[in-house]
Write a protein that binds this ligand. Structure first.
Ligand code: SAH
Length: 230
């Protein structure tokens, strides 16, 4: 099986490359893809660069060019749910684009005609995550993740996103990856470890905890790959 493991920033995939060590680097469309032979599977690891457009390109390339059949995303996010602390893990049950706005036509925020507001992730992969969390004796939360092309660092914005989408965490790629995977019939899993609280201190917190939280997320995905790879 071919499995994609994707991040947005180099810090999010570095721990994966350090873990798998032996990889082949393939340059495609100005991005680097790292191929790893693992059990009877091939892993394709890549970071997209931040934001929905870049995430769309990379997810699409992983599936359409490299032939990946499942996609696991690993990265960091801002917490909306106040029970989520730095380094805590959350996976997306579903995702929405909080910055997509055609409300003037009477549609809800995030609505895409012929699409809807939310894209659901793979129940099968989410169940594997629950099993892995039990095996590792760690807590992982499930929740709605809101995605947009903005770094959220304001209580006001955060509260609006919480209220409008019932979201637990905020980031800049997940929903785009979800839309691509859904359209191309590819089961996907979006994991995030918290790097900040999306409040006025978020940029400082992000800089301080990006590496450690990215490592937590990558470590969990590595344990999952062990169960997903066939
Ligand atoms: N510091 C970087 C930019 C990081 S953008 C630079 O200067 O190059 C933030 C990244 O982390 C995105 O990939 C996004 O998915 C995630 N993220 C973490 N906290 C976030 C928040 N509060 N709002 C939006 N995205 C967040």
């Amino acid at each position: 099986m071919k499995i994609a493991i994707m991040g947005a920033m180099v810090e999010e995939i570095e721990p994966l490359l350090e873990n798998f060590k032996d990889y082949e680097e393939i340059v495609y469309g100005k991005n680097r893809y790292y191929k790893v032979l693992y059990k009877n599977s091939e892993l394709y690891i890549a970071y997209s660069k931040i934001g929905k457009v870049n995430a769309t390109l990379t997810a699409s390339t992983l599936i359409q060019h490299f032939g990946c059949e499942k996609l696991l995303f690993s990265g960091v996010a801002g917490a909306i749910d106040s029970s989520l602390k730095i380094g805590d893990l959350i996976y997306a049950s579903s995702l929405a684009q909080h910055d997509l706005d055609i409300t003037i036509f009477g549609h809800p925020h995030g609505y895409v005609p012929e699409g809807g507001v939310f894209t659901n992730s793979s129940k099968e992969l989410n169940n594997i995550a629950k099993e892995v969390a039990i095996d590792l004796k760690i807590t992982i939360k499930e929740g709605i993740v809101a995605t947009g092309d903005q770094f959220i660092a304001s209580n006001e914005k955060k509260e609006w996103i919480a209220k409008t989408f019932n979201a637990s965490a905020i980031e800049m790629e997940g929903a785009a990856v979800g839309v691509v995977c859904d359209a191309l019939n590819t089961p996907f899993f979006i994991l995030r470890a918290i790097s900040d609280a999306a409040d006025m201190d978020a940029s400082f917190s992000f800089d301080e905890f990006l590496k450690s939280s990215a490592k937590v997320s990558a470590g969990f995905v590595i344990s999952m790959v062990n169960k997903v790879a066939k």
